[in-house]
Design a protein around this ligand. Structure first.
Ligand code: AP5
Length: 223
């Protein structure tokens, strides 16, 4: 894969977008932009943006479109994205998708694939209740007490910081996030299907299998 490639990972909370994005972005040397991770870093650092988004995030509600679009714009236009980007958790509304298109049009660029992580709500709830994340916000490595436990209980394998449960990984916020996904994000499936760039993958398969599907798609592509 020699040319620039821009990808979006789309899917409900807990579908495995973040888990796959880490490995895929490394493998194809493209920058990983996770709006959720960026917001969590801003909240932790108590920046003006962090103060604006904290309450939305803890409730599992979507942050207003204009704040997200500006954040993504700043990252896409940075030098580290010159080989392309993988957007994880953005866009989540039609208005965000239109905002992204406008940014890309301005720089004579476009999206190559939108990869939809297809999985049912009942599979997600257990995943999210068993998720643990590294408390170090510059790491944010993800674990799962059932499917991907850390080597040492309660400690991050990478940086040895304590593992925590995300504040929005409780039944109430999970339900809010899933309802938002159905109402506001699912319309994007048709939006991108019509553009001919939507690829659907079964996300209830083991992580290795999901990864292989994505790698095959990207390696066999004729950029
Ligand atoms: P964000 O951090 O993006 O949360 P999310 O979309 O709810 O997605 P998650 O991080 O929960 O899930 P994931 O798909 O990455 O799953 P993961 O790989 O961790 O956003 C958080 C908040 O920020 C939002 O609620 C909102 O407030 C705000 N926000 C962010 N972007 C926004 C936007 N564009 N607009 C407005 N607001 C925005 O996997 C989950 C678990 O499953 C882990 O434990 C993992 O180990 C395990 N797992 C992964 N894959 C598998 C597998 N194949 N089999 C078994 N287990 C697996």
């Amino acid at each position: 894969m020699d040319e620039k490639v821009n990808i979006v990972f789309l899917g409900p909370p807990g579908a495995g977008k973040g888990t796959q994005a880490a490995g895929i972005s490394r493998r194809f040397a493209i920058c990983h932009i996770s709006t959720g991770n960026l917001f969590r870093q801003a909240v932790e650092a108590q920046t003006p943006l962090g103060r604006q988004v904290k309450a939305y995030m803890e409730a599992g509600a979507l942050v207003p479109d204009e704040l997200v679009i500006q954040l993504v714009k700043d990252h896409i236009q940075s030098k580290r994205c010159k080989r392309g980007f993988l957007l994880d958790g953005f866009p989540r509304t039609v208005s965000q998708a239109q905002g992204l298109e406008a940014i890309l049009r301005q720089q004579g660029d476009c999206l190559r694939w939108v990869i939809y992580f297809d999985i049912q709500e009942e599979d997600l709830v257990q995943r999210l209740l068993h998720r643990r994340v590294c408390s170090n916000v510059s790491c944010q490595q993800t674990y799962n007490l059932r499917t991907f436990p850390p080597q040492q209980e309660g400690k991050c394998d990478r940086c040895h910081s304590p593992l925590i449960r995300r504040k929005d990984d409780n039944r109430e916020s999970i339900s809010t996030r899933f309802r938002d996904f159905e109402k506001k994000t699912q319309p994007l499936l048709d939006y991108y299907r019509k553009k001919g760039i939507l690829v659907q993958i079964p996300a209830n398969r083991p992580a290795k299998e999901v990864e292989e599907r994505i790698v095959r798609l990207l390696e066999n592509d004729n950029f």
